[in-house]
Ligand binder design. Structure first.
Ligand code: NAD
Ligand code: ZN
Ligand code: ZN
Length: 390
């Protein structure tokens, strides 16, 4: 089959590889009909999260069930499904606590990045490096889906692939940022990052009844998309003018700051140093400015939701501000399984549109162009969707 294989930083090619096979009774083999490139894939592509051996990437995909393992009773060949991006067993302590990204059974060998006193086990994603389980991903014609009696969701025929594809990751992820932010109605939400995740967070904020949605980005065309697709008020972060951004948010909130800040940017891979021996990533001394901006822009007692990926510790965390302002901070891999059914209902009811952020549609054979353009933010690129069969 054809699949997008990463061969080291900046090197992704559409290769011919072996078809996946069933390895467990709870597996299915899915024929992928649509797949997308995520900002998280860029962390691997840029080398910020290292992948030492070639691997099929992709955790945003959907398709038609081709083959089912013996224990999969809820699906049959020909069913059309979307697949949430964490690989989760559905039965362990963490799955039972709606934390599928921390499943104990999908990646028993995994130890998270160092930085605390002791690291912990758990967590696997499709096509997301050996650190996250080493499973091949769905930027391919076929993919093996483990625990298929728990993850995949049936989608109705009257909805196109593009209408439901983002239920795999970016919609539940954006929604998690708002859910962690405890948005119930009337709040001012400030989102940092007007990429696909930030825009989905903006759409989710409205769905949860936010009173005002502000979005910050360094690129005007992304703010324009956030305005068009999610009716968010844009603030342009120019160069080193981070203080001006915070002042603008305070000015819009009676000097108090936003009730909720959502971080949807993530670490800057170009500034990372990779310690391959330990498979951990150390940021250069310095500060992920966006986290600091969120801590300053949120009101006292407010909530900061961190959706952007940060793979290690850093030494400039505004602990004093965290304490003095009494900020609540949440983050991590989004619990896609927890929200996907509610969100699918929103799509079915026409309460939200997801495909309006797609700017580029490419055949899988053009995968290298897709990654390069999305990484460099060229050609007003916001979201790339790939057809494995074109
Ligand atoms: P993206 O790269 O398209 O978007 C990031 C946006 O941040 C870009 O528009 C960029 O211009 C903007 N940006 C850069 N510096 C900024 C600054 N100083 N202030 C404001 N905006 C700035 O990626 P994406 O697909 O939207 O993903 C965003 C982040 O979310 C990534 O780190 C990705 O790994 C992460 N992610 C996390 C989860 C999860 O489960 N937590 C799921 C999906 C994606
Ligand atoms: Zn993703
Ligand atoms: Zn589990």
């Amino acid at each position: 089959m054809k699949a997008a294989v990463i061969h080291g930083p900046g090197k992704i090619t559409c290769d011919n590889v072996d078809d996946p096979i069933l390895k467990d009774d709870r597996d299915i083999i899915l024929k992928v009909t649509a797949t997308a490139i995520c900002g998280s894939d860029l962390h691997i592509y840029s080398g910020g999260i290292p992948q030492p051996r070639p691997m099929v990437l992709g955790h945003e995909f959907m398709g038609i069930v081709e083959e089912t393992g013996k224990a999969v009773k809820n699906l049959k060949r020909g069913d059309r499904v979307v697949v949430p991006f964490p690989i989760a067993c559905g039965h362990c302590f963490f799955c039972n606590h709606h934390l599928p990204g921390h499943c104990e059974n999908s990646n028993p060998e995994h130890y998270g990045p160092e930085g605390g006193l002791l690291t912990e086990k758990g967590g696997a994603l499709f096509g997301y490096t050996d650190l996250y389980g080493g499973y091949d991903g769905g930027q391919a014609q076929y993919v093996r889906v483990p625990y298929a009696d728990y993850g995949p969701r049936l989608v109705p025929d009257n909805l196109s692939d593009e209408q439901v594809l983002f239920l795999t990751d970016i919609f539940p992820t954006g929604y998690s940022g708002i859910d962690w932010g405890e948005v119930k109605g009337g709040e001012t939400v400030a989102i940092f990052g007007a990429g696909p995740v930030g825009i989905m967070a903006a759409k989710s904020a409205w769905l949860r009844g936010a009173g005002r949605v502000i979005i910050v980005d360094t690129l005007q065309y992304r703010l324009d998309m956030a305005k068009k697709a999610a009716n968010a008020e844009g603030i342009l972060w120019e160069g080193t003018k981070d203080k001006e951004v915070i002042e603008q948010i305070r000015a819009l909130t009676g000097g108090r700051g936003a009730d909720v800040c959502v971080e949807a940017v993530g670490f800057e891979p170009d500034r990372s140093l990779i310690d391959r021996a330990k498979a951990v990533i150390n940021l250069e001394k310095g500060s992920p400015k966006v986290i600091e901006a969120c801590m300053s822009a949120v009101r006292r007692g407010g909530i900061v939701s961190v959706l952007g990926v940060y793979p290690t510790s850093y030494d400039n965390f505004p602990l004093g501000q965290f304490f003095d302002k009494g900020i609540i901070m949440r983050g991590g891999q989004a619990p896609a399984h927890k929200h996907i059914d509610t969100l699918l209902d929103f799509v079915k009811q026409g309460k939200v549109q997801l495909d309006d952020i797609i700017t580029h549609r490419l055949p899988l054979s053009k995968i290298a162009d897709g990654y390069s353009m999305f990484r460099k933010k060229e050609d007003n690129c916001v979201k790339v969707v790939l057809d494995p069969w074109a």
